[in-house]
Design a protein. Structure first.
Ligand code: ATP
Ligand code: MG
Length: 183
């Protein structure tokens, strides 16, 4: 299973529908400061179910909606559509009955977020499960945000260990051990 296309509408600086085609191999995104490169990475995290404002670089959930510019009014919703090629049929059980998967997340002002997977309503949890294997997912360490490397270098040993444990995919074990000890 791999990403094949992202479509952003009203998401941060991408007010008009914008497609990012992701072909096999390496995809590079280049452009001047402030043109929206980091916003693309945030769109990818967001459609996979990311909700932490610290990661989304905004104060609240609705800050991902295009806020308006001198010549354009603000929008009332933001939407990201993520297309995935599943011809290898490696999607998790429950999502694995088609060669193509389409996940949509939309947030509407004063209403909140809604998700669809292949046209059917889905919960945030379903979408997070779809992407929950070690190498993808909204919380994946495979997505390295701007400034993260500096954070890693400057982190105190305990905080650095936490980041490395998350990257190694073992942080869930502590949670399970904690639960087992409570029983
Ligand atoms: P750099 O090279 O400096 O890292 P970048 O290409 O990563 O830049 P981004 O951080 O993705 O740029 O984009 C920042 C731009 O997105 C800013 O111009 C900011 O005003 C705009 N932006 C962010 N959120 C919104 C929003 N909700 N509505 C409108 N514009 C937004
Ligand atoms: Mg950036």
């Amino acid at each position: 299973m791999h990403f094949s296309k992202l479509r952003l509408t009203g998401f941060k600086s991408f007010v008009d529908p914008t497609d990012l085609i992701i072909t096999d191999g390496l995809t590079g995104v280049v452009g001047p400061n402030g043109c929206g490169k980091s916003n693309l990475l945030e769109a990818l995290r967001w459609v996979m179910g990311e909700n932490r404002p610290s990661i989304m670089r905004g104060g609240g959930m609705e800050d991902v909606i295009f806020a308006g510019a001198a010549s354009r009014p603000a929008r009332n919703f933001a939407e990201v559509v993520c297309h995935m090629d599943n011809s290898d049929r490696l999607a998790p059980a429950g999502f694995n009955d088609a060669d193509h998967l389409e996940v949509i997340r939309r947030i509407t002002r004063d209403v909140g977020s809604a998700y669809k997977v292949n046209g059917k309503d889905a919960r945030a949890k379903d979408v997070q499960m779809l992407f929950a294997d070690a190498s993808t997912g909204a919380h994946s360490q495979a997505l390295v945000s701007q400034g993260k490397i500096t954070d890693l270098i400057n982190a105190k040993p305990k905080a650095r260990r936490k980041i490395l444990e998350e990257a190694a995919g073992i942080s869930g074990l502590y949670q399970r051990r904690h639960e087992a000890e409570l029983k």
